[in-house]
Design a protein around this ligand. Sequence first.
Ligand code: FES
Length: 510
Amino acid sequence: MEDKKIDSTLSSESYWQDTVSLPTFPSLQHDIETDIGIVGGGITGITTAYMLAKEGLQVVLLEAGSLLNGTTGHTTAKVTAQHGLIYDELIRRFDASAAADYFTFNSLAMDWIKQMIKEKQIACDFSEEDAYLFTNSDEGFDLLINEKNAYKQIGIDHDFVEELPIGIPVKAALRMKRQYQFHPLKFLNSLLEEMLTLGVKIFEHTTATAVRHSENPAIQTKDGYQVFCSKVVEASHFPFTDARGGFSSRMYPERSYVAAVRTQKTYPGGMYASVDLPSRSIRYAPSQEGELWLIGGESHKTGKGGNTEKHYQALIDYSQDHFDMEEVRYRWSSQDLTTLDKLPYIGPISDKQSNIIVATGFRKWGMTLAAGAAHLIADTIMERPNLFAELFAPNRFHAKSHVKAYTKYNTDSAKELIKGKLEGTTIDVEEIPPLHASIIRAHGQRTGVYRDQEGSVHMIDTTCTHMGCEVNWNQAEQTWDCPCHGSRFSALGEVIEGPAKIPLKQKGNE
Ligand code: FES
């Protein structure tokens, strides 16, 4: 069989983005007053805006780029409470009651999504699928047994099986029945349409840079305008008022990859995720041209994946080895944040600033966690009790679960900061081909050199404008990625993803 190579000219637009036409919105060009200001136009921001508008509140939503162009547009869109190996870990870190609450929170979010789709007859390729965690290693087998015991302890309906419908060889698999998958952008586009009729005002290409804090906060934008409101919701992935919550030292970013392929096989149903490394995630999407198999995985810390093209190639090799792949139709990647204790942060950013609410740290499971977060945020704003508020409170600190993880993560970040400063080669700039970049030392300084399609060379200071770590080149996405807190910049240094708000410094072009 001929070995298929990744086509490096494929764009990084996902299947979801390619098959939905989203409305566009102007940038904010005046001051505005509202009840609630939301920052972030992904699933969390949109779902929260929808719920608050249904409560009768005035909502303004700001998005720094285009709606649904971040992690939500690049997800695998599994709607499930099976979030990898998590329940055994939650029992160990916290207790069985916390693990059970996490399951209930996600199950209620799934119910809500299903109910919305049914009630509003949203055509979003929704289907019920069993979800499987699988392993092919001895170590993974032990982890899966622990996870199975955790399911049993907290009452999750499950099966432990030795074969998968999809036919790949496994030592064992843990099945959680009756989970879901959908087309996330078709679902959210329907919420968007209804939100607009409810009067939500949306502004794209509007970067929020700060919140002027007082009893009535004001969101300040890069263009110099303000959103005056009574509550701010930060649904911007990394909270943009980072310093107040210390999130830089409490979350780490990871990237993962998806290849959407056509195969010679018929998809047998089910959603799959391996517990072994490198990770693998499998589901299908019923596209107009037949089934697409979505093969995901290859997670790594942001900025530390080496040549990122190799991750796509690994997924293609896997598809070819196991599923008789015929063609790669799409490829995309996304970035997720994980908190030190694996639970998201949802709620007021601090005790003193109860009118600034954050939702972040969804650890690749943003479909259900975002829907749950929107409910929790709506309850917080409407001053209704919510059973899960304490579990996800951003100001929680559990000595047992935090101290070790906190120390390790911050030692890693500090190492990254120092190590990055010393790196850089003396490569001849002439050797850099178009659409590639290298890091060199120029006048003793670490410098990023990018050659564009026309052959012009662009040089940037590789010092991240967030907190000074050194960015690395991501060849597959053509971005500069920061390994410390996940900021991402275009090849020319513009901010694509925060927490950084300021572009990388240009060092002169030729
Ligand atoms: Fe924090 Fe780069 S994202 S230093």
